[in-house]
Ligand binder design. Structure first.
Ligand code: SME
Length: 156
């Protein structure tokens, strides 16, 4: 494995298109969910320098903080709470252009302004969510959704 990811291409879609096969290669042969999530968080952070990028795993009836890159975050989230808990309950990707406009948003960091949460499924059930926060408004759109859903289909 190379020491650093080399990501070429000017547009966001091009960067995702280059990144995904690299992540696939990184994950090859590793079966441990936490190890896989840890390197996915690192790859996303290294490529896009998101404010916070990481995973929450479904354990019993809560989301529990998993591997991430960024400032410290809340450790447990109930089903239906915040953006992460809503994405879990509704089993769909949620894009929040302005976190102040999302009722019940859980502010782990006051610097976070926009967010995307993508559920990860196994045997038709949500087993984890990928959460990405930005310090800028309206960072995420359908391009992020498309590529991050493809990425999450490779997990856990
Ligand atoms: N903002 C999230 C909580 C997780 S932190 O942003 C890392 C939410 O509302 O679910």
């Amino acid at each position: 494995m190379s020491e650093h990811l080399i990501i070429s291409g000017a547009t966001k879609a091009e960067r995702y298109a280059t990144l995904l096969p690299q992540i696939e290669a990184v994950l090859e042969g590793e079966t441990d969910d936490v190890a896989r999530m840890a390197n996915v968080a690192a790859c996303l952070w290294e490529t896009f320098r998101f404010w916070w990028v990481g995973f929450y795993r479904v354990i019993d009836d809560e989301l529990v903080l998993g591997p991430f890159q960024g400032p410290l975050a809340c450790m447990r989230i109930r089903r239906g709470r915040g953006v992460c808990g809503t994405a879990w309950a509704e089993e769909r990707t949620i894009i929040v252009p302005d976190v102040e406009q999302f009722p019940g948003h859980i502010a782990c960091s006051s610097a976070s302004r926009s967010e995307i949460v993508v559920p990860i499924f196994k045997d038709g059930k949500v087993t984890a969510v990928l959460d990405i926060d930005s310090e800028h408004l309206a960072t995420f759109d359908e391009v992020d959704q498309l590529w991050l859903e493809r990425l999450c289909a490779m997990l856990p």
